[in-house]
Write a protein that binds this ligand. Structure first.
Ligand SMILES: [Fe+2]
Ligand SMILES: [Fe+2]
Length: 365
């Protein structure tokens, strides 16, 4: 440990001798681990800046002046040393406070980073109007609203052609190729068409590098889409709102879109994110989803999809996520979920999930 002593020659020699072999004490600038100021008078005290030095700071009091003691509270210091000095207690104080200072500095860094990440999440580009309408529909199921949204999907060439491509994937089990949005709505129901359109409208957020997540934007979108489908399938067999779960699944990793701009090392899990940035993608997703006025139950599910202690929505997304990452064990995950939440027709659900997973559904042209 390198300690810088600022004070008299006698004081410096006292500490040098006292801590000999345990710490290096000098009056040079290079000592970075701790600072000791010798306070021999009120004038000396007044010359010291009342700011944080970023390392442990100790005042070595060699004056009986009581005003010095009463003024010390205004300074950001770690402790006071009085003669007679005890080397063991000094070293203890120095070591403990050094650890404490490092922890505080890191906590401060995390806080600054977190603020920056949240600011970026709050400034994420607004959703395309079609997606905003689709999200609003989860709260308002009126026929007029449905009609308006269908019309908008039809009008948007880019979205409608991709919707048609996706509804023809084996998961939806249509025998004859579907060629129009109206036909898709008739055969699969408005809900499926609306969900697919929502998935497609989110695609633009994933068009960036995700190197620190060791994946690509295309794979990230695909994963979101799969988790959406699996979540909504599970929801159906648990008598839950499958549209809400679809949206939760679709958006569960949206926080990574913002986190990706800040990560500097590769990550494997939420713990790695927290260690690097002081927050994780689930927390950041909740900021984005609140910004997009997504229903609170969906935001909660997304926010807690990596927590052991979460409600049914969060559990469904969490299992759907595991299933998509570990496709071969899909059956085991469904059995596990069934222990907490009894699933009706478990075998049919497993079959349906396997159909969904067996196809690599590509929403891109
Ligand atoms: Fe996640
Ligand atoms: Fe995920």
């Amino acid at each position: 440990m390198n300690i810088r002593f600022i004070g008299s020659e006698t004081g410096l020699n006292t500490f040098k001798k006292l801590l000999d072999g345990r710490a290096y004490v000098s009056n040079g600038d290079d000592a970075k681990d701790a600072l000791i100021f010798e306070i021999s008078s009120l004038e000396v005290l007044y010359k010291i800046p009342k700011r944080s030095f970023g390392i442990p700071v100790f005042f070595y009091l060699t004056t009986p002046n009581k005003t010095v003691l009463s003024n010390i509270k205004d300074y950001q210091i770690t402790g006071i040393l009085f003669p007679p000095l005890n080397p063991d207690s000094i070293m203890n104080k120095m070591t403990r406070s050094k650890e404490h200072t490092i922890a505080t500095v890191n906590a401060k860094d995390y806080e600054t980073l977190r603020i920056k990440i949240i600011a970026k999440a709050e400034n994420i580009p607004t959703l395309p109007t079609i997606a905003q309408d689709l999200i609003r529909l989860t709260r308002n199921h009126s026929q007029t609203a449905i009609g308006q949204v269908t019309a908008k999907i039809k009008m948007d060439q880019g979205i409608s052609s991709k919707v048609i491509k996706l509804v023809n994937s084996p998961f939806y089990g249509v025998r004859k190729e579907i060629a129009s949005i109206d036909r898709a709505t008739m055969l699969l129901g408005f809900s499926s068409v609306k969900n697919i359109a929502l998935a497609i409208s989110l695609d633009q957020y994933f068009q960036k590098p995700f190197n620190m997540y060791k994946t690509t934007g295309q794979a990230m979108w695909q994963h979101a889409y799969n988790v959406a489908l699996i979540s909504s399938e599970i929801a159906k067999y648990l008598d839950q709102d499958s549209d809400a779960l679809y949206m939760a699944g679709l958006m569960h990793d949206i926080g990574k879109v913002v986190m990706a701009d800040f990560l500097v090392r590769e990550v494997d899990c939420v713990q790695d994110e927290r260690e690097q940035l002081g927050c994780d993608h689930a927390e950041i997703a909740s900021v984005i989803l609140n910004k997009w006025s997504v229903a609170p139950a969906i935001v909660d599910a997304v926010k807690t999809h990596h927590d052991a202690d979460t409600d049914l929505y969060g559990k469904i997304v969490s299992y759907a996520n595991k299933i998509d990452h570990d496709k071969n064990n899909a059956k085991d995950y469904i059995y596990q979920l069934n222990k907490d939440f009894p699933i009706k027709d478990m075998d049919i659900l497993i079959e349906s999930i396997q159909t969904c997973l067996s196809e690599c559904i590509d929403g891109k042209e």
